[in-house]
Design a protein around this ligand. Sequence first.
Ligand code: HEC
Length: 119
Amino acid sequence: MTMRLIAFMLLLSFSTGGAQAADAQRGALVAQARCATCHYLDRTTRLIGPGLLGVFNRAPSISGVPFARWDAAALNRWLSGPRQVKPNTKMMIPPIRLRDRQDVIAWLAQQTAKHAGAS
Ligand code: HEC
């Protein structure tokens, strides 16, 4: 695990107000259960929503969101309520609790770190 990733995970656990450090391994399970019906997790191509491989820290591919990039804060806001961010979005999901958000964001960050430079 790189220092940058460790630093990021610390930052994430503070910035989202969680008591415990985010758990990327658990986040993989959350992603399977909560995202994979609509998103490919291991590809950049679209299923119902855009592929999530490499989404962490890249610019949004969708319109109408006020973020320059999908960093931890942006993802946390998006996953806390897509409709609050973009009223007409087609991403309609039941609420995801804080711990699940933290863990899935940590996992997305880890995936981006793993695949960096791989293409
Ligand atoms: C019911 C289907 C559905 C589920 C479940 C879902 N999404 Fe989405 N997601 C979408 C759709 C549709 C869009 C495109 C929204 C738009 O264009 O407004 C989207 C867009 C996104 C984007 C923006 C991607 C980009 O390229 O800009 C991210 C990030 C995202 N979803 C993450 C997630 C994560 C993480 C989960 C699981 C915790 C999840 N989504 C669960 C349907 C879903």
